[in-house]
Design a binder for this molecule. Sequence first.
Ligand code: PHE
Length: 446
Amino acid sequence: MKAPRELWTSRVAFILAAAGSAVGLGNIWRFSYVVGTNGGAAFVIVYLIIIALIGYPMMVTEVTLGRKTHKNAIGAFKALAPNTPWWLVGALGVLAGFVILSFYSVVAGWSLSYFFKTIGGSLGAGADFEGAFVSHISAAWAPVIWHAVFMAITLAIIAAGVVKGISRTVRVLMPVLFVLLILLVLRSLTLPGAGAGLSFYLQPDFSDLTAQSILAAVGQAFFTLSLGMGCMITYGSYLSDNDDVPDNSAWVVGLDTLIAIIAGFAIFPAVFALGFDPAAGAGLAFITLPAVFAEMPAGVLFGAVFFLLLSIAALTSAISLLEVVVAWLVDEYQMARKKAALMIGVLIFLLGIPASLSMGAVDISVGGMPFFDFLDFFQESILLPLGGLLTAVFAGHVWTARTTRESANTNHGKIVIGAWYEVLIKYIVPIAIAIVMIFGLIEALG
Ligand code: PHE
């Protein structure tokens, strides 16, 4: 006899958990650095179009597949298309869970340690913010230890079960994070010289766009919405059959997008006002934001609270990444949840070590990039877009667009998914992703 599967305790619990998964380092750390290295406003516009045309339909699709089957990423495909190779799409998702969480946890570790650095006062006015960041990530031990601490917390929560751990944390966290971001925006916008940052962020120059940057926008859209890897299938699987899909999905997509856009207003005006380089790469948020805090009254307090919240936002995303793998082992192999969490957590921790070391301590590169950058490139350019493409083909042509749409509309709230969904999921989404992937990869690898 198996214990019955857990269910979210309420509609709000699902929205909070799914939004907790979506809102994370992707919205602040990754969004700002990807926008910064891809030229700014034009990239943001492409990104928003992709969120609307691909992100929302994919969110509806994945949550529907989960609610319909009440199964993990692999099990959902097996349930709807037994004895076919479609389960491999779920397997790709499980692989993505490994890859993403290994470097994600390293960045979350940076955030945790920045919490303590801020309290310690070493990031006050006049500090060398860029130098501090570079020396922090290129150290051998400290980032690996913070990565271990973060993975240990993630693992402990997943071992305890999804529902209890996740809902409670997110309910408190999200509103506070939101308020802090707004404060940051106000300070950033009022710095002398902020205007140049605003035009970088808001005035598009479409000649900046390359095939590779459009692929990066697709990858970022999937990453930030936790799509293309079975995460929302897994979270959807804890919905009851009576729960709504279209409205819930809209909430998650809307909240996630809002927070990323606001984060951009906190970061880019400050980047230009304080003389940083928007294309600085993975350090942008960690270099710029401490500098903005240093310009604020009670900056130490705000800065510390911010990095604590960022770490918690990262935690609610990390939980969902680990849950994809753990739910698979629990559902398909009846493995005990605690054992699965421990085993996978340790493996991911190990994969994260070379990622962390490759930031400067040791020369570990793959395909000419530091191992960390390689993992991020691999998930952004291949794993998530490919996972999303295949999920769309599955929903649109195998389970069929009509069935998926009807299933999504079962017990719907305000939003009803119209016929447009069928056109998008059958043709537009897969074809657009395929084209972007082909040209983007040719350019990136060529
Ligand atoms: N969406 C999370 C973020 O933006 C990261 C994530 C990706 C979580 C994929 C789950 C699955 O930080």
